[in-house]
Structure formats: structure tokens, C-alpha cells
Design a protein around this ligand. Structure first.
Ligand SMILES: [Zn+2]
Length: 181
């Protein structure tokens, strides 16, 4: 395993300061009146324009497109996220977010990249796959306590629910991801 060049500080608890969970922004009265509606649809952030789209759960696999930019909400590829976009996806999407924290100079990351790409094809639309370049997003990597790369992490409901480090083969990675989404 190689280590990120970003300066290392103490591991901080998730959520990152300024990050708000999707559920906490809902008022109780809306929760009560829209309960049925909310379980039938889910909030999916467009990977292209970051608009929140409400998608019926049973239509997730039917190739839904974004109401704002018309692009496909799922194109079987990981989306490259900068810090602010990453935070919006964690906070506002009800879809599990599976993230590959990587850097261009890291050889194990290059081994992991095609595995991650194939896993996206296999597991979308049940999760959103994203990549965060820790060279470009050093502050974010530091705030999440990312110390070695590649680090694979899964975020659900505004919180990190699983993390592992080091390259994996596809079957092991997909099994790990499935067990947390
Ligand atoms: Zn869009």
C-alpha cells in the first residue's frame, strides 16, 4: 500500500463540518405526511449537474434520466467528484455512494481502477460509484482521515458505513460492496 502525500492529521469523525444529512433537513410534519411517497421514491443526485431527482424505486433500473440536464442518471461509470460535489452527494443522495480515493502516482490505485469500473457496471443503479483524487482534494482526504490509498469507502444516509484500504480483485470487492449497500 502506498500512502497519500497529503499531510496526515488525527482521524476526524464523520460527518465533515458543514455536511448535513438529508434526513435531518426534513421537517417532522413532512415526514409524517409523505411517508408513503418517500418510501416509494428515492432522491438520486444527477452525476452530471447534481440536481436531486426523485426516482420511483421500481424505476431505478429502467434507465432514468435527469429532469434538469436530461443526461442518464446511471451510465455504468464512476463519476469523478471534487470536494463540494462529494459532500453534496453524501448529504443529499439516498443512493449508497461507493468511493475510490486514489491518486495518479499510486500503482495499486491503477490496479484498482478497472476493478472499480467493472463493479460500477455490475452494481449500478443500486449504488453510485465515485472517484476522489486525493492529490487534488487533500483537504477532504485529510478531513476523512484517508491515510493509505486506494481507500474504498461506502456512504449511506449521510454517514460513512464501511471502509477498506488496498487494491482488491473484483469478486472480493463486489462481495464487500454488496454486503454494505
Ligand atoms: Zn442532470
Amino acid at each position: 500500500m502506498e500512502f497519500a502525500r497529503a499531510p496526515v492529521t488525527a482521524v476526524t469523525d464523520f460527518p465533515v463540518p458543514g455536511m448535513q444529512s438529508f434526513r435531518s433537513t426534513k421537517r417532522g410534519v413532512e415526514d409524517a405526511t409523505n411517508l408513503e411517497d418517500k418510501s416509494a421514491t428515492m432522491n438520486v443526485l444527477c452525476p452530471h449537474c447534481e440536481t436531486a431527482n426523485r426516482v420511483p424505486r421500481e424505476r431505478l433500473a429502467d434507465g432514468p434520466s435527469c429532469g434538469a440536464c436530461k443526461a442518464a442518471l446511471f451510465d455504468a461509470h464512476p463519476v469523478e467528484l471534487a470536494g463540494p460535489a462529494f459532500r453534496r452527494h453524501v448529504a443529499n443522495s439516498e443512493l449508497p455512494l461507493i468511493v475510490d480515493f486514489w491518486a495518479p502516482w499510486c500503482a495499486p490505485c491503477r490496479m484498482m481502477a478497472p476493478v472499480f469500473e467493472r463493479a460500477a457496471r455490475e452494481l449500478e443503479p443500486h449504488a453510485r460509484f465515485a472517484k476522489v483524487n486525493t492529490d487534488q482534494e487533500q483537504e477532504l482526504a485529510q478531513s476523512l482521515g484517508i491515510r493509505g490509498i486506494p481507500t474504498l469507502a461506502i456512504f449511506k444516509g449521510g454517514k460513512e458505513v464501511a471502509r477498506t484500504s488496498g487494491a482488491m480483485d473484483e469478486s472480493r470487492f463486489v462481495a464487500w460492496a454488496r454486503s454494505h449497500i
